[in-house]
Design a protein around this ligand. Structure first.
Ligand code: EPS
Length: 387
């Protein structure tokens, strides 16, 4: 399974392609659109989200509600393109005289991308580097999530920290459906709604102070059997592939599993997960310090993947920079942007985890059709449990 996206933030549309999706999976398009709406809904977004109403159109790989096994092609239109046609159109006249960007933002792709691709107008970099592309990742990830649900695997991404604000209560629902209902009921994607007002306050304070804030997110995955991924070679380690997928999300600067950095401070005998066995359930663990991975393979415990998002680099009061047209000291361009996109990033991380797990599972098991995948996965699950 492979996926690709194309599209500029203010271009006509985003395009996505997903290959090797098993045939005969019933896809729920309104469920994809619901995820797209949730991505837009986070508290702290800027004016752009009032313009867009993201919905997906599937133009290939699906007939009469089911996948055919052919590559899926997706598109999401940018409503804002109506205001940008003269600037962003593929055949626009003199686009380089309109909304030209020459004052790169520290922390954004603007400068390095402009140097690498030899662009005098940094808009040719920032339009593609924009996190607008994460809308398509969420759509593709939602399809991957629908496949995983057929195997009883469920992922949820949520926010645990924002601009220094952390969750006081860490006892949130353990049942995945209840947890999802709580997370999706509030526009901060918190697993505990008692703190929504405090987190809103952190966003409001940042907005009033004319800066941006980052935060902490977690993706939790339930229902995975042991033995997905492999210790045999570097690239086959599933925790490594997941870490790479998460860090590839714009503005993510750190990723960890289970107790993460705290493991480095713990005694060795307290940092592992003791092994137990019952005749009914086979092997299990007394704890989950390692976040569901041993030797780069799932060990049957829930996956706990944590990530840190830096504050969005676009600052209402531009940071010091250099104008690439003159080499003179300047103030970075102030493009319209968000105060924070941490709630959205938690959903994007969920989508990336779903895509990576679907890639791994369809590679490890026979998967031309959903029936093939179900039977080979279940046979392996049974073998793991019977030992
Ligand atoms: C973004 C800047 C803002 C965000 C955008 C990402 O867009 P605009 O420049 O149109 O105001 O709203 O995010 C999205 C469009 C989205 O769909 O998430 C940036 O510079 O990365």
């Amino acid at each position: 399974m492979q996926y690709l996206t194309a599209g500029e933030s203010h271009g006509p549309m985003l395009t996505g392609i997903l290959t090797s999706m098993p045939a005969n999976v019933a896809l729920n398009i309104s469920a994809i659109n619901q995820q797209l709406a949730l991505r837009q809904n986070g508290y702290g977004r800027g004016g752009r989200m009032k313009i867009e109403q993201d919905t997906v159109t599937i133009t290939a790989g699906m007939r009469a509600g089911r996948t055919t096994g052919s590559p899926l092609a997706l598109l999401i239109k940018n409503r804002d393109y109506a205001h940008w046609q003269k600037i962003m159109g593929a055949t626009a006249d003199n686009p380089d005289q309109l909304r030209v960007v020459t004052r790169p933002r520290p922390g954004h792709a603007d400068l390095v991308g402009g140097l690498k691709y030899d662009q005098q107008d940094l808009r040719n970099i920032l339009e593609r580097a924009s996190a607008r592309s994460t809308a398509m990742i969420v759509a593709l990830g939602s399809i991957a999530g629908q496949l995983l649900a057929q195997l009883g695997i469920h992922a949820i991404g949520y926010v645990t920290g924002l601009g220094g604000q952390t969750l006081a209560n860490t006892e949130w629902p353990t049942n995945m459906a209840t947890l999802r209902a709580v997370v999706e009921s509030n526009d901060m994607r918190l697993p505990d709604t008692s703190q929504v007002a405090a987190f809103h306050g952190a966003v409001d304070a940042a907005k009033a102070a004319h800066h941006t804030i980052g935060g902490q997110i977690t993706v939790q995955v339930a229902g995975l059997i042991p033995g997905i991924g492999s210790m045999q070679n570097w690239r086959e380690r599933l925790d490594g592939r997941l870490a790479g997928a998460i860090v590839s999300i714009p503005a993510i600067k750190a990723v960890s599993f289970g107790d993460g950095p705290a493991l480095g401070e713990m005694a060795g005998n307290a940092a592992q997960d003791d092994i137990t066995w019952t005749p009914q359930g086979g092997y299990t663990r007394a704890s989950n310090h390692l976040g569901g991975f041993e030797g780069g393979m799932t060990n049957g415990q829930p996956l706990l993947i944590h990530a840190t998002m830096k504050p969005i680099p676009t600052q209402p009061r531009g940071l010091p920079t250099v104008d690439i047209a003159t080499h003179e000291t300047a103030q970075a361009v102030n493009e319209r942007a968000d105060v924070t996109a941490v709630p959205a990033a938690s959903l994007v991380a969920q989508a990336m985890v779903q895509l990576t797990l679907a890639q791994e599972i369809t590679a490890q098991f026979s998967s031309a059709t959903l029936a093939d995948l179900r039977s080979s996965y279940q046979q392996f699950a049974q073998r793991m449990q019977d030992r």
